[in-house]
Design a protein around this ligand. Structure first.
Ligand SMILES: [Zn+2]
Length: 332
């Protein structure tokens, strides 16, 4: 019952409005929206485009790549980027100021896909898979937080920043000092700090490891070994390709090996043990030598609260080609 009441409260904030949009979108996305949704979508696009040069540049790249925008009622996730359908989806269940950072974040995933980085992490050796899956998300959060900083500097309003703080407090904590000293541009220093902040939330990092490394290995062990996990990519290649600011500069240019830092590469003990079992089984079945990429990585215990967080706080949505986000569930 609580669920329906909360839902009704969300919709009550946005009364049905079928009047024609007054503004044209400043980034000319194709939109797959109902008439009454067009106004909301255009207002989110234009809030980004008017107030954040970084956000605008990312939206323009996603638009040029042919991505279209739509709304969907997703209660637990604020947004998604689907490569196969070239679609960026925003949840109807969150207010526009909250979707400001989501549109930038999901558009950034679209840009990552366009650069040849996909969610097929099971194709990579374990170390590469860990570095890439985490970096793609940390970078998307970094630019989203950077856009919120620029919005605050331009408009004086911290609303998008605070809305993002509800889901990504460790990321925003790294950005707030820049806001307080009047930083206007989401430059390399801001993006590096926000990127670092993503790794501070060990529950999120763990949830990504379960989703993209641990559970796929377990699934193959129980349903049949496919023999992937071979491709290799370095930290420098990932950061030089993906971690780009609004001017096209590489924000980790001076530390391209950052993804090998202990707090970014550490792997959980149960993932190591599952990988050992998997690669032994793969050798027996297919004669493929075991992956040794993860053998020297720092090992950590899985967070004790991890099971609880996964059953009550996070939802991982599986969909072919989609990069769905792990967001803390509202109201819990
Ligand atoms: Zn994401």
């Amino acid at each position: 019952m609580a669920f329906y009441r909360e839902f009704a409260e969300y919709y009550a904030q946005y009364p049905y409005d079928n009047s024609a949009p007054k503004e044209a979108p400043l980034v000319d996305f194709n939109m797959d929206v109902m008439p009454h949704e067009a106004k909301r979508m255009i207002s989110i696009i234009n809030e980004v485009a008017k107030n954040s040069p970084l956000g605008k540049s990312i939206l323009e790249q996603a638009c040029a790549a042919g991505y279209k925008l739509k709304f969907q009622s997703m209660y637990n996730a604020k947004g998604a980027a689907s490569e196969s359908g070239k679609t960026i989806t925003l949840s109807t269940c969150f207010p526009p100021k909250s979707l400001f950072s989501t549109l930038v974040h999901e558009s950034r995933h679209a840009c990552q896909f366009e650069k040849g980085y996909h969610c097929n992490f099971e194709n990579y050796d374990l170390k590469s898979s860990i570095m890439l899956s985490r970096a793609m998300e940390a970078d998307a959060q970094a630019v989203a937080a950077g856009a919120c900083l620029e919005y605050a500097a331009t408009t004086g309003s911290k609303e998008p920043l605070m809305a993002m703080n509800a889901n990504a407090a460790p990321v925003i904590a790294k950005v707030v000092p820049f806001v307080q000293k009047g930083q206007k541009e989401a430059n390399g220093a801001v993006l590096r700090a926000a990127f670092e902040g993503w790794y501070d939330n060990t529950s999120i990092v763990r949830a990504y490891e379960e989703q993209y490394q641990l559970n796929p290995l377990k699934r193959e062990l129980s349903s049949g070994i496919k023999g992937m996990h071979n491709k290799s990519v370095s930290s420098a290649t990932i950061t030089n390709d993906l971690c780009i600011d609004a001017n096209g500069d590489k924000y980790w240019a001076k530390k391209p090996d950052i993804l090998e830092a202990e707090n970014k590469i550490a792997i959980s003990r149960d993932t190591v043990e599952t990988a050992d079992t998997y690669f032994t089984a793969r050798m027996q079945k297919m004669g493929v030598l075991p992956d040794k990429s993860y053998k020297d990585l720092p090992v950590k215990e899985a967070p004790a609260t991890e099971k609880k967080a996964n059953s009550s706080g996070f939802r991982v949505t599986m969909s072919a080609g989609a990069f769905f986000d792990l967001k803390k569930n509202r109201g819990r």
